[in-house]
Design a protein around this ligand. Structure first.
Ligand code: ZN
Length: 290
């Protein structure tokens, strides 16, 4: 949970190295993926990838074809964190009071169940960033949810969002505002849910052992073997990751801090960011001047 461009794909790949964990990517994108609009990291689409087509088939067995479609459609409204109405509905109406939410959550639960069955793993790591989605999932009594709020220096996030190569490119001020708002909301959700915690991207890269220990405490899984495998340069087997950034296609990944923004952002942008996000930068322990 948190803002995009914060290293969640990398974190997902790291956790996937644990023998009990499967990290199938940003699975909130299942709608577009199911319509064949987003490829799997193996190069196929949902229909031609044997892994995902089997998960979809199993999901439809646990629900029905129509019910899976309804779950995906409802998700666009229920998990729309930009909509005050969606927040109001979740926070002020206990979801299980209505059949609508109950059916929706059961559909989601079955999706996770289908992923677990196909992968043979007990723990599913979803790298979706949406805090409202995390909060909604916390309402299912049988989903043992652990939430990691992943935060990265907002200037790095904003620089990445502003880059021309980003297909969802946004102007600087919108990127900065997005970073502040999404992290403040994520903080609020962490306070409202148990088994959640904050991790900084920079700490994950520069002190991976200590940071994975902190994650171990949040998710209650010993991640010792993850670092041992990561030190072997993260050699990945064939993966089937839905969405996430370009890293998901890499065969090997090095833990290297991305500091391009420190050289490329101009002083005016850095000053504007300081003015807009001063308190949020300080809250997460980032220096105001770099
Ligand atoms: Zn695949």
């Amino acid at each position: 949970m948190g803002s995009g461009r914060s290293g969640s794909t990398l974190l997902g790949i790291l956790l996937n190295l644990h023998s009990d964990v499967v990290s199938p990517g940003e699975i909130s994108n299942v709608g577009r993926f199911r319509r064949g609009k987003r490829p799997c990291s193996c190069g196929n689409n949902v229909h031609t990838c044997s892994y995902w087509s089997s998960i979809m088939e199993n999901w439809e067995k646990l629900n029905t074809h129509e019910s899976v479609n309804r779950t995906i459609e409802k998700g666009l409204k229920i998990e729309n964190f930009k909509s005050p109405r969606a927040w109001f509905k979740i926070i002020f109406n206990y979801p299980f009071q209505t059949q609508y939410f109950e059916n929706y959550l059961q559909g989601k639960y079955n999706f996770f169940k289908a992923i677990k069955e196909e992968s043979g793993k007990d723990i599913v790591v979803d790298i979706s960033k949406n805090p409202l989605r995390a909060y909604v999932l916390s309402k299912h009594p049988d989903i043992d949810l652990r939430i990691i709020h992943l935060v990265r220096d907002g200037r790095g996030v904003s620089y990445s969002i502003m880059k021309k190569s980003n297909r969802k490119q946004k102007p600087f001020w919108r990127a900065a505002l997005y970073w502040v708002v999404i992290n403040r909301i994520s903080n609020f959700i962490c306070k409202k849910t148990k088994n959640s915690g904050l991790i900084r991207y920079e700490d994950l890269i520069t002190q991976p052992n200590e940071t994975l220990n902190e994650i171990s405490n949040i998710i209650d899984v010993n991640l010792q073997t993850v670092m041992e495998k990561a030190e072997l340069n993260l050699a990945q087997d064939e993966s089937h990751i839905m969405a996430g950034n370009i890293l998901r296609k890499s065969k090997s990944i090095k833990l290297k801090l991305d500091t391009e923004w420190q050289q490329k952002m101009n002083p005016k942008q850095l000053k504007s960011f300081r003015i807009m996000a001063r308190n949020t930068l300080k809250k997460y322990g980032y220096a105001l001047r770099v």
